[in-house]
Design a protein around this ligand. Structure first.
Ligand code: UFG
Length: 334
């Protein structure tokens, strides 16, 4: 830890975004010092509820060097990335530049400043088409789109950086992040929105005429895709435990973070209808390219090694918290 205080000082890159802002809140509530670096391209200034917000880009090496030498951070958490699979197929250069290139630059700046603990937001998309289910950490990683490959490339770089430079890292592979701060202060605000739960809630609220169901002909019980939805607060708890592990001198690890339960698109829509008490107008649409039929995590390793326990495993709670946020944000100027 730094010499100025006993509390760890954490740099959260992308701390104004959906998952990053919940993490900033988790760190702030635990009494940590937090600095957010975010270019606000997808994040929101008023989502940073704790610490200092530095508006800037990871591509700005001078800014990174200044920030990292000025503050002597104990660890860096890196949430800033592009996340749309379809867009990554259309614009792979953008994805490799952002998700790989900018991460390498961040790691170099950390190396130059002597910051040696790194928590990386990876994804289930690094696995590609599942060979078995649920997916554990030993499952082969064969990503099938540039988004997944850009994250997988960073995962491959990290062990080399540890061996040569002593940089210890935690790779956290998210399945489908969902829900919102249970107290209603934060939530998901993507522009444009592409994710199932917020789109279904917007359709239920009458903010869009309908939403599309991408494929009803999958080899699943009701024909729609199955995903593993994990509450954003539970994801942040896993990051918190991962941070404690690194601060205590623990070695690098990778963890799959999911619920261990799969829910189909239709089950999600049914839950949205139950929670909101409104119908969700849907239109059936063709399969979306690159969507595997089923993605479910085996998160046993995180539970056993980090002591991770989910507080909100019920899909109902995730949808309820997201709905609470959706209602609140549409009634205010957020
Ligand atoms: N879906 C619809 N209609 C929509 C939007 C989504 O039917 O309008 C379906 C998708 O086809 C998929 C499921 O709902 O079957 C979930 O889709 P999301 O877009 O909400 O999430 P993804 O599973 O595609 O992606 C998420 C993250 C990615 C990450 C991936 C890893 O957003 O960043 O999980 O599994 F790569």
């Amino acid at each position: 830890m730094n010499g100025n205080s006993k509390l760890p000082h954490i740099l959260v890159v992308g701390g104004a975004g959906y998952i990053g802002s919940h993490m900033v809140q988790r760190l702030g509530q635990a009494g940590c010092r937090v600095t957010t670096l975010d270019n606000l391209s997808n994040g929101h200034r008023n989502a940073v509820l704790y610490g200092e917000l530095v508006q800037g880009d990871v591509a700005d090496r001078q800014l990174l060097d200044d920030l990292l030498t000025q503050h002597r951070f104990d660890a860096v958490m890196h949430f800033a990335s592009l996340i749309q699979v379809g867009e990554s197929v259309q614009h792979p250069a953008k994805y490799y530049q952002n998700n790989l290139g900018h991460t390498l630059q961040l790691l170099d700046a950390m190396r130059a400043a002597g910051v040696a603990r790194f928590i990386f937001s990876s994804t289930a998309a690094t696995f590609g088409e599942p060979l078995y289910s649920p997916i554990d950490e030993l499952h082969p990683q064969r990503p099938i789109n540039p988004y997944g490959r850009s994250k997988w490339m960073v995962e491959q770089v990290l062990p080399d950086y540890e061996a040569a430079y002593g940089l210890r890292s935690m790779c956290l592979r998210y399945f489908n992040a969902a829900g919102a701060d249970p107290e209603g202060r934060l939530g998901e605000r993507h522009e444009p929105e592409t994710h199932l739960i917020p789109l279904a809630l917007q359709a239920a609220a009458g903010q869009r005429a309908h939403m599309s169901v991408f494929g009803r002909d999958y080899d699943t019980p009701d024909g729609t895709c199955i995903r593993d939805y994990i509450h954003v607060s539970d994801l942040c708890e896993a990051h918190w435990l991962a941070l404690q592990h690194l601060l205590a001198g623990g070695g690098s690890r990778c963890y799959n973070l999911g619920n261990g339960q799969g829910f189909s698109v239709q089950q999600v829509l049914d839950t949205v209808q139950r929670v909101t008490g409104r119908s969700v107008p849907v239109q059936d649409a063709p399969r979306r390219s690159g969507d595997p039929a089923r993605l479910v995590a085996d998160a046993t390793r995180a539970q056993q090694e980090l002591g991770w326990v989910q507080r909100y495993p019920r899909l109902h709670d995730m949808v309820q918290h997201a709905w609470q946020w959706q209602q609140r944000s549409s009634n205010s100027t957020l």
